[in-house]
Write a protein that binds this ligand. Structure first.
Ligand code: GLU
Length: 322
């Protein structure tokens, strides 16, 4: 009888600790964008950093391809995703309740860090003769799917150029990953993509048989947008990254930053662990994508408009970064 009791206690103990171990591993998902953009490999780079230490943190991060910034904010807010890569303008709009979130501020949105710069990139077929935004009139243009970041940038730019996207052009709302193929198949004349450079989508677009050019954005229009919106800044698209493109010189545009966000409902421990692993392994992280070439720890703390999550802030204070 005594032996049986000891055995039962031992068995209960084993089962109990196994349950503890299982319960202690926490899974988080990072929302990104199309697989040929920069967000998807960025989610991969962040998860790689934290998953190296998964035994220490009992944390496992996975990456999901999504429709982009707007989708990511909304999925984080309803708890379908814990983290997401989101354009800085979308972070601002969501937290302050403007644009797609007009009158509905997403007060639980939290910033973790900023990542690479993104340029509003207008890619056109050379045979469509689009050399300025005004030349888009009458053309078939992919302005981006509603869940994307670029759609809002395309709409802002078209409005600033005095183009009505509903009547002056044939607007498509298709995901960025399909743009290059559609341009090469002559199903569209141009597409918008707000993205870091270099990236797979734009490489795919310039590598086809149909010759392609990047459309420069007039300085007057960029100045107008920068004056109107706090989150826009002038930018330049480096043509050397895209052998085969028709442009001979770098192309003027405007842009935002990719940022990493979460919800106030995600625990401090999880956000701390991810922030710490990315910053403590900064040199390794920076090597993971050529679009990170201009990153510095200081630049990663700029461009956030939602409050910094307390888990991230704990690390920044410890590291003397804040
Ligand atoms: N900026 C795009 C968006 O917010 C995604 C770009 C990318 O996937 O690299 O939808």
């Amino acid at each position: 009888m005594k032996k049986l009791m000891v055995f039962l206690f031992a068995a209960l103990f084993v089962v109990g600790s196994m349950a503890d171990v299982i319960a202690a591993t926490q899974y988080v998902t990072i929302g990104t964008g199309g697989v040929t953009g920069v967000y998807y490999p960025t989610g991969g780079a962040i998860s790689k950093m934290v998953n190296k230490k998964r035994k220490e943190y009992n944390l496992r991060a996975t990456v999901e391809s999504t429709g982009g910034s707007v989708f990511n904010v909304n999925a984080i807010m309803v708890g379908d995703l814990e983290f997401g890569v989101v354009q800085s303008d979308r972070q601002y709009q969501a937290f302050n309740g403007t644009a797609d979130w007009e009158g509905k501020p997403q007060t639980k949105l939290r910033a973790v860090f900023s990542i690479h710069p993104e340029s509003v990139t207008l890619v056109a077929a050379a045979d469509a003769n689009v050399n300025s935004v005004a030349d888009l009139k009458g053309k078939r243009v992919n302005i981006g799917n509603p869940g994307s970041g670029q759609r809002g940038n395309a709409l802002d730019l078209l409005a600033a150029a005095g183009i009505n996207y509903e009547t002056d052009l044939k607007a498509e709302g298709i995901k960025a990953a399909e743009s290059a193929g559609m341009l090469q198949d002559e199903r569209i004349d141009a597409f918008f993509y707000t993205v870091g450079h270099p990236n797979g989508s734009v490489k795919e677009a310039v590598a086809g048989a149909r010759k392609v050019n990047f459309v420069p954005i007039d300085k007057a229009i960029v100045d107008k947008l920068v004056a109107q919106f706090p989150y826009y800044a002038p930018s330049v698209i480096p043509v050397a990254m895209y052998p085969g493109v028709a442009n001979k010189a770098d192309v003027a545009s405007f842009g935002v930053k990719a940022t990493f966000v979460t919800s106030a409902d995600v625990s401090d421990d999880i956000v701390y662990a991810i922030t710490k692993e990315v910053f403590e392994n900064f040199d390794d992280f920076k090597k993971l994508h050529p679009a990170y070439s201009t990153l510095s720890k200081a630049s990663m703390l700029q461009g956030m408009s939602a409050p910094i999550h307390p888990g991230a802030m704990k690390y920044y204070k410890e590291a003397g970064l804040k």
